[in-house]
Ligand binder design. Structure first.
Ligand code: SF4
Ligand code: FE
Length: 486
């Protein structure tokens, strides 16, 4: 397995990437202060795996090689693995207070494993064996792999084939005996610049005539045909300031970027779906299902941090004994643990796929994510309520050090006796960071739209509800149908 230091070094060893932020090329990706916190978050997935006390959660035994591997590269072998995954993500969410990005690859590999198997059985293709070889390399190298799903999609009223600009959907533009050429882009790519490889999946279910878009493949992240554009986050330039205090979360963060495929050549050995439109939807649903489960872990871990911050700021403000504050903290805990219940439930109810790995219960995973689109917003609202307005009006850290203003700032913003004013500043900034700043991308907006926007889960919930069975229950009890028992 790779160490955290080895991971950071391995990013330095990647070939130079055409990556842009704020209109300029990023020369030193690893030490760029806007990006480094997101690298530290991924590095945490390696660091905790090195620590014996976390070995049960962070490592597993490979079903392919029998070797000890990082759980982020593991095929889930039972409900216990699925539960451990959620626990691992909660732990990492507490340690980073941000999105640690590596889960998309883990979710993609598990979806790809079962989908390629079932596709091969129906179509006589050879994707599963190819993917197995790739996954073996992935495990051996302990890669971080970006699972890439979302296309820009252009005009939502038209499908992939009906766009004025075809580049808004990833597609095959050429096939030959060596491989395929692909073009298009993926947006919202969590952790893509912190990854060794990219595993591309279709963005949605495809119709039979949309063969060129029913596509899955892997590509090294330093392939020269790739162009990256880094995504902005609220308050992101605070990371460039001299003082770290106003950043809030001083070492960790998340990352999203656009990745563009400018006529990228993919050899056949790295193609795992190409034209089998009837399996595009299955791949999307399974990946989304796993990622909807994931949120019942990572966002709960982030919630733990925010609850701790809310309790701390209440103490620093001298308001912790107020009964309404205590009650709000209890409500935050209740909401946060409700999400955890969902994450654990869909894992415990997981079932074996024909390919041998385990899939979460799809209904419960969708319920989990639907709750995640709501409850973190309420938890954030309560944290802001408890914190008070200084959360958004407090002067900059530099003003606390300035000759004329510093003494006044320190005097006016001191709260409960014995609490250094700097602790209060830091705690306000952390809550700000998580609820309206850079980390709110991960804790809130990603809770809304990541792994599919709320409506995507509602469609699945409606499809999986088995309404006929529920109607039958009602008919039996009111005598329309006999139940034949009493
Ligand atoms: Fe992992 Fe959560 Fe980030 Fe998704 S949002 S990559 S599950 S930390
Ligand atoms: Fe996400």
């Amino acid at each position: 397995m790779m160490t955290a230091d080895g991971y950071i070094q391995s990013l330095r060893n990647l070939g130079s990437r055409r990556a842009y932020a704020f209109g300029g090329k990023i020369d030193d990706l690893v030490d760029y202060p806007l990006i480094r916190p997101s690298i530290n978050s991924v590095a945490m997935t390696y660091k905790l795996a090195e620590m014996p006390e976390y070995s049960d959660l962070l490592t597993a035994t490979s079903s392919l090689t029998g070797k000890k591997i990082n759980r982020f590269t593991h095929l889930h072998q039972g409900p216990e693995d699925l539960v451990n995954k959620v626990k691992m993500l909660r732990l990492l969410g507490t340690r980073t207070g941000a999105c640690f990005q590596r889960c998309v690859g883990m979710d993609a590999l598990n979806a790809m494993w079962s989908t390629t198997y079932e596709c091969d059985r129906k179509h006589g293709t050879a994707y599963h064996e190819r993917f197995k070889k790739y996954l073996t390399l992935w495990q051996e190298n302990d890669w971080t792999v970006d699972g890439a799903m979302t296309d820009p999609k252009g005009d939502r009223a038209s499908g992939p084939g009906g766009q004025t600009d075809p580049d808004v959907f990833v597609r095959v533009t050429e096939r030959n005996d060596k491989g395929i050429v692909v073009r298009g882009a993926k947006v919202h790519q969590t952790g893509v610049l912190n990854s060794h490889e990219i595993l591309v999946m279709p963005t949605q279910a495809m119709k039979p005539e949309e063969k060129d878009f029913a596509l899955a493949f892997s590509v090294p992240a330093d392939d020269p045909s790739l162009l990256y554009i880094y995504g902005r986050q609220a308050s992101d330039t605070r990371k460039l300031e001299a003082s770290k205090i106003d950043v809030g979360n001083i070492n960790y963060g998340g990352q999203e970027a656009v990745v563009i495929f400018e006529n990228t050549f993919i050899p056949w050995e790295n193609v795992y779906l190409c034209g089998e439109t009837d399996y595009a939807g299955m791949l999307v649903e399974r990946f989304a299902g796993y990622h909807r489960q994931s949120y019942g872990g990572c966002k709960v871990g982030n919630g733990d941090v925010l609850i701790g911050a809310a309790q701390s700021i209440a103490e620093y403000n001298g308001a912790a004994k107020a009964s309404h504050v205590k009650d709000k903290i209890i409500e935050m805990i209740h909401l946060n643990e409700t999400l955890y219940c969902c994450g654990i439930a869909c894992s415990a109810e997981g079932r074996k796929t024909p390919a041998g790995n385990y899939l979460i219960d799809m209904m419960l995973a969708n319920i989990c994510k639907q709750n995640v689109t709501r409850l973190p917003y309420e938890i954030a609202r309560l944290a802001q309520d408890i914190a008070g307005g200084l959360l958004v009006t407090m002067p900059a850290a530099a003003d606390f050090d300035q000759e004329e203003t510093g003494a006044w700032c320190r005097k006016l913003f001191t709260g409960a006796p014995g609490v250094p004013v700097e602790n209060r500043q830091r705690m306000f900034r952390l809550i700000e960071n998580m609820t309206i700043g850079a980390a709110a991308v991960g804790y809130l907006t990603e809770s809304m739209h990541g792994a599919g926007s709320p409506q995507a889960q509602r469609i699945m919930i409606s499809r999986l509800a088995d309404m006929e069975a529920k109607k039958k229950l009602a008919r039996r009890l009111c005598g329309i149908e006999p139940d034949g028992l009493f």
